[in-house]
Design a protein around this ligand. Structure first.
Ligand code: GAL
Length: 418
């Protein structure tokens, strides 16, 4: 490798998006229905109007050095009624994938990113008796009609987050609270859906790379000498991180072709049996954990070192690794830049240690519809003006472009020492 280069040639650089958050007018989905019914605080409406502006958005990505892009297909558009596939939307996504290829952007395609078709939601969503079979048929249809244009696949996005938000905190559809039992079943169903989709994609295509995108917070006990803090951290980790990896196993190994990591934060957990506790733990935000500690606008701690821990942990599978999301909710551009520098340094260190890291996809290309927070938080490399749908590249976008071009860390970035 040439002198000073830390990221190999061919490394995938890009951003990630999800259909409901950017496309707009996502009427046949469960989220749209919940928004319309006033069950959510915000409406997605036109979002970023990406369903019409995708070419312009991909031009932007290309001009800032991206060579990859993660997007999701909207199941509720492609299959608006059970078993009826919509040619119009298959044609649309075929054009979207062409537009990526034309610009030299490697597509990373998610089959399901949080939203479900309304018809499935009304039968119980992931808990519906035939949910897994339905997903398998949908995945098969996508493979048949769009598969040739795609090598990198993500079957489902963040089972543990969807399960927690929809069945434990109750903030997202279907708004159930405290139902750990159902949440675990949702994760199991999504894992089964992943396994079947993995098989369908492999049956239909020559050498697809198939995984599920896993939310991997780094979880630490507040006081490591306290047994109950350690237990709270272990329980949370078991549910949020380990369970999904365990359930996608077949024959002792996870049925994935690469590890897809969505990493945002570290959480420090203190034992608390009652009240707002999530699995007997509350998050400690005190400054005594290697402080000063910084939190983003969603209250998530910015802690790049933990990405290195997560990558070391992912290395146990001896598979390629792709960062499929990493980013920060902030309107402080200095903090966003610092966040990126820190996380790039963690990636560099992981590569040095031998982790087979293939790429880094930033969340997100532009500010978009952030689920229950709507457009109140800003994750974009580019700012979105939601009135005019203009995109304004932020400084961080230039920084990432520079790193993608040179394959080196930006000069002021100090190496991560852990
Ligand atoms: C992830 C999710 C994305 C995005 C991001 C930022 O959990 O997959 O859709 O919302 O968080 O919060």
């Amino acid at each position: 490798m040439e002198e000073g280069r830390v990221f190999p040639k061919g490394f995938l650089w890009g951003a990630a998006t999800a259909a409901h958050q950017v496309e707009g007018d996502n009427r046949a989905s469960d989220w749209w229905a919940a928004e319309e019914a006033g069950l959510l605080p915000h409406r997605s409406g036109d979002a970023c109007r990406h369903r019409e502006l995708y070419e312009r958005d991909f031009d932007l990505a290309r001009s800032f050095g991206h060579n990859a892009h993660r997007l999701s297909l909207e199941w509720s558009r492609l299959e608006p009624e059970p078993g009826r596939f919509e040619d119009r939307w298959f044609d649309h996504y075929a054009r979207v994938l062409d537009a990526l290829r034309l610009r030299g952007l490697e597509p990373v395609v998610t089959l399901q990113h949080f939203t479900l078709p309304r018809w499935l939601a009304s039968r119980g969503g992931w808990l519906a008796r035939d949910a897994v079979e339905r997903f398998a048929d949908y995945a098969g249809e996508v493979a048949r009609r769009l598969g040739r244009a795609v090598r990198w696949w993500i079957t489902v996005n963040e089972p543990s987050v969807l399960a927690k938000q929809g069945y434990v905190t109750g903030e997202w559809p279907p708004f159930r609270r405290g139902r750990w039992d159902l949440a675990s079943r949702v994760i199991a169903r999504m894992a089964a859906a992943h396994r079947i989709a993995h098989a369908r994609l492999h049956a239909a295509l020559p050498a697809p790379m198939v995984s599920f995108a896993h939310s991997t917070p780094w979880i630490e006990p507040c006081d490591p000498s306290r047994r109950l803090d350690r237990l709270a951290a272990r329980l949370r980790r078991a549910f949020l991180v380990d369970l999904s990896f365990a359930l996608v196993r077949r024959g002792g190994r996870p049925l994935i072709d690469y590890v897809a990591i969505n990493y945002y934060t570290r959480t420090v957990v203190r034992w608390a049996p009652r009240g707002k506790a999530l699995l007997f733990g509350v998050e400690c935000r005190e400054p005594h954990h290697g402080g000063p500690r910084r939190f983003d606008d969603l209250g998530q701690e910015v802690w790049p070192e933990a990405l290195l821990h997560v990558l070391r942990d992912a290395a146990r599978f001896a598979l390629p690794v792709l960062i499929t999301e990493n980013g920060i909710a902030t309107s402080d551009e200095r903090l966003r830049e610092e966040h990126l520098r820190g996380h790039l340094a963690a990636l560099a260190r992981a590569i040095e240690e031998g982790v087979d890291l293939r790429g880094y996809l930033y969340w997100s290309l532009m500010d978009n519809f952030e689920w229950a927070e709507g457009t109140t938080v800003r994750f974009g490399l580019a700012e979105t003006d939601f009135a005019t749908q203009e995109r304004r590249p932020r400084r961080t976008m230039r920084l990432l472009a520079e790193v993608a071009r040179t394959g080196r860390l930006p000069s002021e970035t100090l190496p991560v020492e852990v």
